[in-house]
Design a protein around this ligand. Structure first.
Ligand code: GUN
Ligand code: FE
Length: 426
């Protein structure tokens, strides 16, 4: 079914706030030209002539958003995580990313990544590519073809990495970024560029200054890493003695949120005090990456505190620090991590609930893309139809229980349909 106006009948749920989940058993979800017109207990007369997709007894929910993943690390997932961040980057990640100088290699690897995400539950992704413009454009072409909505960054790095992936100078890195932006101008409908300084240790002040200019000239969003690992944070303190905190090292160049610079910072495991206040003030989205934070022994981010303080948070797979692309898996990981933190670190910060984790993976992260992640009227129509019969016994079970089991138990076998902006892609 390709038309952008239709109705789905099923057991529908979506988040309104972190704590408020709307549950609508046997209801009608109306899609009008790619946007939700709302959920109704009975089909309103005015929509009676739209085609109906009968998904009775299936769960219908908004598509999931992965706010942080590294597409070129997908081929390497599930290996080499016996190290912490900085050694892991040097030993495994930088050599792997060097291979994306070959368009053939990039094409093969990126096809696998994109196909796996397409078949999974995520409808929106924010991804890092590598420093290579050619390969980055190939990734963008593949994402566009897949029907997913994506933001993709050509990575910038001009220091502290092997010659094979170090851009020749700040000027060369900036010029490469401008050339990339010119080449993709007007080329895509669903795929957008996002400015991607890898992290402070990879970018000289001169490069950050150039990227600040590019951000303002093109009005681009920004994605990067923040306060992930203790060794990394100590290194940033040495590299930027004038910065008040790690976040300030981005902020000094106008690359840390604010109305004209929508920004995602991944991890924020150790963001507190003034840094957390600045994240909030600048409306920066935190990509919480619980699987990666465990795999690389980085720590456990205080997500409960972020929510209590009104910061913006979504979930990231951080493949290949994380091994799975599914944001259902990230929801379960976020809950588990929060329980360990509560038990072992800080009893004043209660564990995340399933409702809250579901919010983070739908509306929490979706908001970075605009009106995304809900079925409230006017939201872009990204939807998953999940048949939970494989793991839910026959007979009545509360809708919220079925959602909880779906978070923990579902996989791509259970996805009956997946829509992005009203277009069916699975
Ligand atoms: N910080 C800088 N680069 C990376 C990366 O590739 N993965 C993770 N997890 N953290 C980073
Ligand atoms: Fe990352």
């Amino acid at each position: 079914m390709q038309q952008a106006s239709f109705v789905i009948r099923g057991d529908i749920c979506y988040s309104e706030t972190p704590q408020s989940l709307r549950l609508c058993p046997d209801s009608w979800l109306v899609c009008l030209e790619g946007h939700s017109a709302g959920v109704f207990p009975a089909l309103p007369e005015q929509y009676a002539n739209l085609p109906v997709l009968d998904c009775s007894r299936c769960l219908v929910m908004p598509g999931l958003t992965d706010l942080h993943a590294h597409a070129p690390q997908y081929a390497l997932r599930g290996q080499g995580m016996d190290l912490e961040l900085l050694d892991w980057l040097n030993r495994y990640i930088f050599p792997e990313e060097s291979r994306y100088a070959s368009l053939d290699y990039a094409d093969q690897a990126y096809r696998r990544f994109v196909e796996d995400v397409r078949r999974g539950p995520n409808t929106r992704v924010c991804v890092f590519a590598t420093v290579h413009p050619e390969a980055t454009i190939r990734l963008m072409d593949l994402l566009e073809e897949s029907g997913l909505c994506a933001m993709v960054g050509k990575v910038n790095m001009d220091r502290n990495c092997p010659d094979t992936i170090r851009e020749a100078s700040a000027a060369a890195s900036a010029q490469g970024t401008r050339d990339w932006l010119e080449r993709i101008e007007g080329r895509y409908r669903r795929t957008r560029p996002i400015l991607t300084p890898r992290f402070i240790p990879s970018c000289t002040d001169e490069l950050m200054g150039e990227l600040g200019k590019i951000q303002r000239q093109y009005g681009l969003p920004v994605q990067s890493h923040l306060s992930e690992n203790r060794g990394e944070i100590a290194w940033v303190r040495e590299l930027c003695p004038g910065a008040k905190h790690y976040g300030d090292a981005y902020h000094a160049f106008g690359l840390f949120g604010g109305p004209a610079c929508p920004t995602i910072m991944a991890h924020c495991v150790y963001s507190e005090g003034e840094e957390a206040e600045l994240l909030k003030k600048q409306n920066v989205f935190i990509a919480h990456c619980p699987a990666s934070n465990a795999n690389l022994s980085s720590g456990i981010a205080p997500v409960r505190r972020f929510l209590q303080d009104g910061l913006r948070v979504g979930l990231g797979s951080d493949v290949a620090g994380g091994t799975h692309t599914s944001i259902f898996k990230a929801m379960a990981d976020a809950i588990q991590a929060s329980k360990l933190r509560w038990r072992l670190v800080d009893q004043s910060l209660a564990p995340l609930t399933v409702r809250e984790a579901f919010y983070l993976g739908t509306l929490g992260g979706g908001a970075f893309f605009g009106t995304v992640g809900s079925f409230a009227p006017g939201y872009e129509f990204d939807a998953l139809v999940i048949d939970d019969a494989r793991y839910t016994p026959q007979g009545r079970m509360e809708l919220e229980t079925r959602l909880e089991r779906t978070v923990y138990l579902s996989d791509e076998r259970d996805i009956r349909h997946k829509f992005v902006q009203g277009r069916k892609i699975v």
